[in-house]
Design a protein around this ligand. Structure first.
Ligand SMILES: C[S@@+](CC[C@H](N)C(=O)[O-])C[C@H]1O[C@@H](n2cnc3c(N)ncnc32)[C@H](O)[C@@H]1O
Length: 198
C-alpha cells in the first residue's frame, strides 16, 4: 500500500500540509552536510533527495550550491514542490526502486527510507547503492522512536541500520541527531555512509 504512489498522493490531496511536512528543511540537514563535507562532498556535486515531498530539503541544498534532483513518485508532491520552489531544481517523478537512475554524488534522504515497509528495506538500500556513483555518499535521517504512532514512519534501531547498510556501504557516521525539529527532537538519528567501490 505505502509502496504505491496513490497511497501518498491521496495524503497530499486537499491538504495544505500533510502531517510530516515541516514547511522548511530539517535542521539535521546541516549536521549531515558537516559530515559529508568532511568526507569530500562540496557545492557543485549532484545530490538527489528521494521522496522529496514539497521539496524543502532539496531547495536548501540548491541554495547551498549543490546540483539537486528532488525525486518523488507522488504527482501532487512534485506539483507542490514546483509551486514552492520553481524549476531551478530538477523534479523527477521516478520510483526510487527503478532499475536505473542517476548516478548522483550523494543522496539526502529525509523520511523516505523511514517510510519504507521493513520488508523492503534491503531492496531500498540496494537502490541507494545502485543510484550512487562509486564512492558516493548516502545521508539518511531516520527515527529510532516513533512514540507508538501508527507507521509510517517506521522506527529503526541504529544496529538494524548498520546491518542493512554495511553490505554495500562503509559507515562514516551513525549516531543520534544532535538537533531536530521541535516536534521530533530526541527521536531521530543520522546515517552518513559511503558506497563501496565495487
Ligand atoms: C513521509 S513523506 C516525506 C516527504 C518529505 N521528505 C518531507 O520530509 O516532507 C514520504 C515521501 O516519499 C515518497 N515516496 C515513497 N516511496 C517512494 C518511492 N518508492 N519512490 C519515490 N518516492 C517515494 C512519497 O510520495 C512521499 O512524498
Amino acid at each position: 500500500m505505502t509502496g504505491h504512489p496513490d497511497y501518498w498522493n491521496q495524503l497530499y490531496e486537499g491538504q495544505v500540509r500533510p502531517g510530516w511536512d515541516m514547511a522548511k528543511a530539517t535542521p539535521v540537514l546541516g549536521e549531515a552536510l558537516a559530515h559529508a563535507t568532511a568526507a569530500g562532498l562540496a557545492p557543485g556535486a549532484s545530490v538527489v533527495v528521494p521522496g522529496c515531498g514539497y521539496g524543502h530539503d532539496a531547495a536548501e541544498l540548491a541554495a547551498l550550491g549543490y546540483r539537486v534532483t528532488g525525486l518523488d513518485f507522488a504527482p501532487l508532491a512534485l506539483q507542490g514542490a514546483l509551486a514552492r520552489y520553481g524549476d531551478r531544481i530538477a523534479w523527477s517523478p521516478a520510483d526510487w526502486f527503478s532499475p536505473q537512475l542517476g548516478p548522483w554524488d550523494a543522496i539526502f534522504d529525509h523520511t523516505c527510507f523511514a517510510a519504507m515497509a521493513p520488508a523492503r528495506r534491503t531492496e531500498y538500500v540496494e537502490a541507494c547503492a545502485r543510484h550512487l556513483a562509486p564512492g558516493g555518499l548516502w545521508m539518511a535521517v531516520l527515527f529510532h522512536d516513533v512514540q507508538g504512532r501508527p507507521a509510517p514512519p517506521h522506527a529503526m534501531s541504529l544496529e538494524t541500520c548498520r546491518d542493512l547498510a554495511s553490505p554495500r556501504f562503509d559507515i562514516l557516521h551513525l549516531a543520534h541527531a544532535a538537533t531536530g525539529h521541535p516536534r521530533r527532537v530526541g527521536r531521530e538519528f543520522l546515517l552518513v555512509a559511503r558506497r563501496r567501490q565495487d
